[in-house]
Design a protein around this ligand. Sequence first.
Ligand code: T3D
Length: 261
Amino acid sequence: RFETLIFTVEDGLATITLNQPDKLNAISTKMKAEMLTAVREAGAPGSGVRALMITGAGRGFCAGADLSEGGVGGTTGDPGANLVDSYHPVFLELAHLDMPVITAVNGVAAGAGMSLALTADIVIAARSAFFLQAFVNIGLVPDAGSTYLLPRLVGEARAKAMMMLGERIPAEQAADWGLIYQVVDDAALTETATTMAQRLAKGPTRALSHIRHLVAASAGNGYESQLQAEALAQRAAGRTDDSREGVQAFLEKRPAAFTGT
Ligand code: T3D
């Protein structure tokens, strides 16, 4: 059904595998459209999806905008319009998902591909992967959320050095900096990330969703507003079946069986 990615759903876990390995899964116009469709399907009411994992086929995770298509920068293209028209819908759809998102970064994450990796709640990378703010190397500025996410994750000093120098940051260094959650051996990435994503797909989905939206909101909220936001989310979480089940399971000294409701 899709040409540029593989989309599967199994036991509540949706997986998008970017699948243009010859160009390190660079983001073509077609890929953006297909990503939007896939993310929307995952998030659609009644889809049964409770977690989303994004990874890449081959040796790259995603090399950012497909530069072979033309239209990126130069005198003919309008990258600003490209962003608004076709990147932002995908990235906003991802940001608004009411479920946890994991990226399994199997290789280079460059340009908007790095931005994509960082949209996840949990980023786990193969040891050979690296992160690259490639934009400056082609005379562009970081986009698709990088100027928002990166300083928050690693602080302005490291963020600006990455953005201005356009150097490769190896996965281990990225983890040391707090840019990503975990690094694992290349051979262990798929299994480790899938196990983590499956666990999230069986988690208390409503609470997990509130957690991701609360943390996102914290960037723009003052302390008092964030306390309010927590109280509202906690009221909603406290009314879920999963909350009742979690407490009951604790009292009965058994693992909780969450249903996502
Ligand atoms: O208008 C808009 O869309 C605005 C939005 C902009 C968002 C952006 O993401 S701008 C940034 C775009 N991305 C880049 O500038 C990264 C370009 N790629 C690289 O710097 C390097 O390829 C990597 C550091 C990612 C990987 O290096 P390496 O040495 O491991 O691999 P390679 O040999 O350079 O690439 C392998 C193949 O993938 C190669 O093709 P070939 O020669 O085997 O036929 C290469 O051309 C292709 N490839 C890599 N990146 C892209 C790409 N093809 C198209 N677009 C790419 N971005």
